[in-house]
Design a binder for this molecule. Sequence first.
Ligand code: SF4
Length: 288
Amino acid sequence: MDVIREFDPWDGELCTCPQKYSLNPYTGCGHRCIYCYSTYIPNFFEPRRKKNVVERVKRDLKKIPEGSLISLSNSSDPYLPMDKRYEDTRRCLKVIKEEGMKVLIVTKGVNVKRDVDILKEMNSAVTISICTLKNEIKEKLEPNSPRTQERLDLIETLSEEGIPIGVRLDPIFPNLTEDEIPRILNKASKVGVQHIVSSTFKARGDSWNRFKRGFPDLSDDLEELYFEKGERIDNSYYLPEQKRKEILERVSKGCKKHGLTFATCREGLPVLTSSDSCDGSHLIRDRL
Ligand code: SF4
């Protein structure tokens, strides 16, 4: 296998994802989220095309069973601004469709609208990442990504087109975005979202340094929470379990109130999950 890989997030024991494959049509990502977990990839914030990506996808598709689930993308965004020009994601989707695979889109990019025609003809679902409704916080957390309101408008459009939609309320930052949980769930439920997958921020060396630069006033409190009271799991620092549970229980209760299914992502808290998949792949209906 070359560009399509079995999804295996760093062998993480806490991952509850169903068996699926992962495809990143581009390498790297220009949204520059300060919390990004993919920055182990060299020059990650300088996105670039993959050479002959469609031919390579075609070859890989022959090696996996028909009807497999392919997730686009887990360590970049398939709808980067450059995709408007190159349309590599659209061309990949076309060949994935021809081979009868299911697709789960994970994006912050509003250009996914362009591909509704293909997604409607596939067994597909889309998850949109939202971690704040406040533009001044978004600008610091995800400087180059579309505004949250644009993402909510996008969700409404996709939902009206019959595409199943989930939101990745992810990551939640203690003392910064946790108070926005009820409003985000309320807004999401009004624009047609069916599922929420959520997790708290996990600090790593480089993401923690970016956070400290962006939010110096919060860094002392969070440093204590993560590095003194929290725990290290794999190569990330987590909040104390009680704090994570308390935050994610609030999300879970909010989802119940709004009739949304809910799952946590790599938190080790499966008891809070109310859906058949964490990643939103249970939303995919057999259209074909
Ligand atoms: S959109 Fe995802 S892959 Fe891109 S910088 Fe943000 S967290 Fe990283």
